[in-house]
Each structure stands twice: as C-alpha cells, then as structure tokens.
Design a protein around this ligand. Structure first.
Ligand code: SF4
Length: 380
C-alpha cells in the first residue's frame, strides 16, 4: 500500500485567465478543440460533499470533519447552472450528467433537473439528462427525480459483499440499500440503468464475478472501471490497477463474451455482450463494459467538459486548473453571447489528453503544473 499524500495547500483557487474575446468571434460553427474534438458532453458537479469516503476519490484521512467544503454562497445557484448549461447546449452539448460529490445531497435538486429537462437543442430535441450517484438516497428519491425529468442514472457500486463494499467506501452503508435504490430507479422508469464498479487490485477484484452474475440478464449494464490516479490524495499506484484486459479474461472463464461496437462517439466504456451457447451475443443476457483510462486511453474522441460546483470549467478529469465562469455569470454586464464566445474560445484552445500521455510517458510527467484537481470537486 503506497504512502498517502496529505494536501497541505488547497489549490482550488488559482484559475486560468479567461480568453480575450475578439469582436469578430462568430458562433456560426460548433467549436472543435485543438485535437478536432467536438463539445457534446457536459458534466456538472452540484456539490463537493458526499456521504461516502471512497478511498479512490475522497479518502477519509483527507476529507475529514475539518475539511473546508465550499460555502453555499460559492456554489452556482440552480438558475446560474441552467443559464450556463443553456449556453453550452447552444455550443453543441447534447448530454448533461449531474455529479458531485454525491449530487443527491444537493437540496431540492429536482428543481434543477426540471429546469435542465426543459432545455432543447437547436434542433428542438431534449437533452440526454443523466446523473451519477452512490445510490444511498436513490430509494427515497427515484420517483421525484423521474417526475422532475431525469432520464436515467448511473450508480456506483464496488462490490456485493458488505465488508468489501465498506473497505472501498469507508462508511458503514449496506449494499442492500444501494440495491434497493437501483430497484426503485427501475420501478420509477429511470433507464437504461448503469452500474459502475471501480476495481482495485488487492481490495475488490474477487467481487468481479459475483457482480457480473448478479446483474447478468437484469437489463442493467455493469461497467468495470480501472482504478485511476485522479486528484492528488488517493495514493494511487500502478500495482493496484487491474487492467481491463484481465477483467475480460476473468469474466470469459465463466461468462463467455463477444465484443460489441460503441453506441456513440466518445463513449468511455468498451462494450462486451454476454454470449449464448453458439457464441453469439444474446441481448436477453445483456452486456458488460470496461472503462480503461489507464491501460487503453480514450482521449482521442473525448468530448467532455466539466463544470465544478462553483462554476470552474475543467477540460480534463486530470486537469490541475480551470476557468472561472462564475465571475462572468455574476457580472450583470456580461451577455449570454459573451459567455458563449468565452466557452468557444476555451474549448478551441483545448489540447488535453492526460491518459494518452500517461500511457506514453508515465503518470507524473503527463500532467501539467500544479496538483490535479480532486474528482469529488469536478465529478467523475
Ligand atoms: S484523460 Fe482527459 S482528455 Fe483523456 S479521456 Fe479523460 S478527461 Fe478526456
């Protein structure tokens, strides 16, 4: 087990300078970044708080009772989130994922979901509106989320065995309650439902087959995520990464798989279908996915931007600095057109590809100056 890093300096504050807008900046074409990737996916963190302490995201020793969470006045209001989301939709965003911390801890989140669900693309289509949750509050909230306009959910669940689950999330929360939340989401009509399991070698890899058996044929898509060096506090080391290729090999020993094509460009998960006795994909058995940021980087078509809880725009999960859009949102002299020009200029200048560089150069040399931002602050 490697040495944990204790954050002496909270580095949320420095942000990158906003681009200078040129009067001629037209918004006719949707922006492509420096690697010709479109902006179609926005992840919005609505809180930096969580009721779990997953060791790979919010280790308890760091995010303890003395941790300085953001004061409420720093958080973007629902109206500010909806205004900036409207601007992003005008610049190409078709999918919004609400994240955190734990997004269901944000009071009255249904109000925000109603506002976002009312948004339409320039073509008049609804957005793909989804949310990632640890499932702890889902049983109670599934119906109201659905009624507010949420379409689907992704639930994080790192094992079925309570002791293993506890070792991963470091709180005393029973697996049964998360499973009840998933059932409530299904009953409310939130779907397709996805379940994400972070695999940490030496901690929960023996839960891979039990999880696959549990969700096979359920209509729920289980994805295995390689343990990542996100942020600067989880003490990540390569020895604790179980490459997705090994996960697939393990599954195949008992549950034969066939590889499936991606459903959309920029999809993070590699899809594998459960095979029938003839070795063909059987939709009734369903599929499983692997998300391999460490061993099979997918930066090539990464179309994701991330908005932190207080309105900073990050261009990569492994970024160390972001752009403060809140100052523009709270400046009455700034128009939506200027916001859109700013988003465009920032995106056009984007060249982030941390995972690809990590696989070429190794973890430490791949990231830029400063410490990587915490995943709990910008959402996974
Ligand atoms: S490492 Fe950064 S650029 Fe690459 S896929 Fe992840 S978020 Fe996108």
């Amino acid at each position: 087990m490697s040495e944990r890093v204790i954050p002496l300096l909270d580095q949320r504050h420095p942000s990158l300078p906003l681009p200078t807008l040129l009067s001629g900046d037209d918004l006719s074409a949707m922006p492509l970044d420096g690697l010709r990737r479109p902006l179609t996916d926005l992840r919005i963190s609505v809180t930096d708080r969580c009721n779990f302490r997953c060791s790979y995201c919010m280790p308890k020793e760091i995010f303890d009772k003395d941790y300085a969470y953001l004061p409420h006045s720093h958080l973007l209001s629902f109206e500010e989130i909806t205004r900036i989301a409207t601007v992003f939709v005008g610049r190409g965003v078709r999918k919004i994922r609400l994240t955190g911390g734990e997004p269901l801890l944000r009071k009255n989140i249904e109000i925000l979901i109603e506002q976002l669900a009312a948004l339409r693309t320039p073509e008049g289509l609804p957005l793909d509106l989804t949310l990632t949750t640890n499932g702890s509050l889902l049983a109670r909230k599934a119906q109201s989320l659905k009624d507010a306009g949420l379409q689907r959910v992704t639930v994080s669940l790192d094992g079925l065995d309570d002791a293993v689950f506890r070792r991963m999330n470091d709180v005393d929360f029973p697996v049964a309650d998360v499973l009840a939340g998933i059932e409530a989401a299904r009953a409310a009509g939130l779907g397709p439902i996805k379940v994400n399991m972070v695999v940490k070698r030496g901690t929960n890899e023996h839960e891979i087959l039990p999880m696959a058996r549990h969700f096979q044929g359920s209509g729920i898509v289980l994805r295995f995520i390689e343990y990542m060096d996100v942020g600067a506090t989880n003490g990540w080391c390569m020895d604790e990464v179980l490459p997705s290729a090994e996960v697939i090999r393990l599954l195949h020993t008992e549950l034969p798989l066939v590889q499936l094509d991606p459903t959309v460009a920029g999809e993070t998960a590699e899809r594998w279908g459960y095979a029938n006795a003839n070795g063909e994909y059987d939709p009734a058995l369903g599929e499983v996915g692997v998300i391999s940021s460490v061993t099979q980087a997918f930066c090539g078509d990464c179309n994701r931007a991330r908005l932190s809880t207080e309105g900073r725009l990050y261009l990569c999960l492994f970024a160390s600095q972001g752009y403060d859009l809140r100052q523009l949102l709270r400046d009455p002299a700034r128009s939506d057109h200027e916001l859109a020009q700013t988003v465009d200029a920032i995106w056009r200048g984007r060249t982030d590809q941390y995972s690809r560089l990590r696989s070429l150069r190794g973890p430490d040399t791949a990231s830029g100056p400063g410490r990587r931002v915490e995943m709990s602050y910008i959402g996974g």
